[in-house]
Design a protein around this ligand. Structure first.
Ligand code: MN
Length: 334
């Protein structure tokens, strides 16, 4: 199981390289002042300077249509051949991911076949009680991926059922720790999701967020989570669905993304990235790189910092960004 997850991700490059992908126009738009400079990453140690990304496309291309890598996504207009004609061509997910580890307790997976992606975040509070606070998150994603791989091709994927079974299997495995999670799937033109806690997603249409998750939390900085022998019941998982269209962009991520990047900044990046013809790969890297820079920014308060000021029961208010594992999965609907 573990090995399968490892296969999915690979060391892609350094943050410097990713930082270099961010065009100046985009830096200006979201207020990133400096190009990336080497940053000492505290707890994350040396892993903090590595970025793992999913391969652009796991081996089998879905269908023969040729979405050129960078540039192919350019037109968010209708794809050639989409629509009527030889019987509606099915929508698919063109996904890629970017992971910037800090504590290295996030996990994610994706599968082209049915079009499923998921992210999970090991709850840091469990670092006190176990050696590996990322174990439950990795268990969830490993199990979810294994289930998808084992399915008959063409079987529609229900994210709630997938997460529920992944939860059961991870509990059975004895994995320590706790995790938030989100899983999204595409079936026909319906995007389905299931999430718990503050791992979440946004669906952008025409560069605007038209749907997004609402973080579940007990109180500030205390998200709902799943774990063995405690945590929330699986029935607390929020599940729903919506119709999607060609050109929609789904961004899933852990709180390391959404606590550092506002919806407004995410919209700007997706708008500019789409205009520049970014592939899902580049879009994921640029969002991940920008979120990382925001997480280390002291001059601009992150959504996390802003939220802390709204809360009365916080032990201390926050400023600037929030250092955390950052996982970004970008799935373009084509
Ligand atoms: Mn996190």
């Amino acid at each position: 199981m573990e090995a399968r997850m490892e296969k999915l991700v690979q060391i892609k490059g350094t943050l410097e390289e990713i930082g270099g992908l961010i065009p100046d126009i985009l830096r200006a738009a979201v207020g990133l002042e400096h190009h990336f400079q080497a940053v000492s990453t505290g707890t994350g140690g040396e892993t903090g300077s590595e970025v793992t990304s999913s391969p652009q496309k796991p081996k089998q291309e879905q269908d023969g249509d040729d979405e050129g890598r960078d540039g192919g996504g350019g037109g968010d207009g209708d794809g050639e051949g989409e629509g009527e004609g030889e019987g509606e061509k099915a929508l698919r997910m063109d996904w890629a991911s970017c992971y910037v580890p800090y504590h290295d307790e996030d996990a994610h997976f994706g599968h082209d076949g049915p079009g499923v992606v998921g992210v999970a975040d090991g709850v840091g509070g469990f670092r006190r009680y176990c050696k590996d606070a990322g174990a439950f998150a990795r268990g969830l994603m490993t199990s979810a991926l294994a289930q998808v791989v084992a399915m008959e091709p063409g079987t529609p994927v229900c994210p709630y059922a997938l997460l529920e079974r992944a939860y059961d299997e991870t509990v059975e495995s004895g994995a320590p720790g706790a995790s938030t999670a989100v899983i999204l799937s595409l079936a026909g033109d319906v995007l389905k999701w299931a999430y718990i806690g503050d791992s979440g997603f946004a669906v952008l249409r025409g560069g605007k967020v038209v749907e997004c998750s609402v973080p579940q939390q007990e109180h500030f900085n205390a998200p709902y989570y799943l774990r063995r022998g405690g945590g929330k019941s699986i029935t607390e998982v929020k599940a729903s669905e919506m119709r999607v269209r060609n050109g929609d962009v789904v961004v899933a991520g852990t709180d390391g993304l959404f606590d550092n990047m506002s919806d407004a900044d995410l919209e700007k990046i997706v708008q500019i990235g789409t205009a520049l013809g970014f592939s899902s790969r580049t879009m994921a890297d640029v969002i991940g790189g920008a979120a990382f820079e925001m997480s280390r920014c002291t001059g601009k308060d992150s959504p996390f910092a802003v939220e802390s000021w709204k809360q009365e029961r916080v032990e201390r208010h926050r400023y600037g960004g929030k250092a955390d594992d950052i996982t970004v999965v970008v799935a373009r609907i084509l």
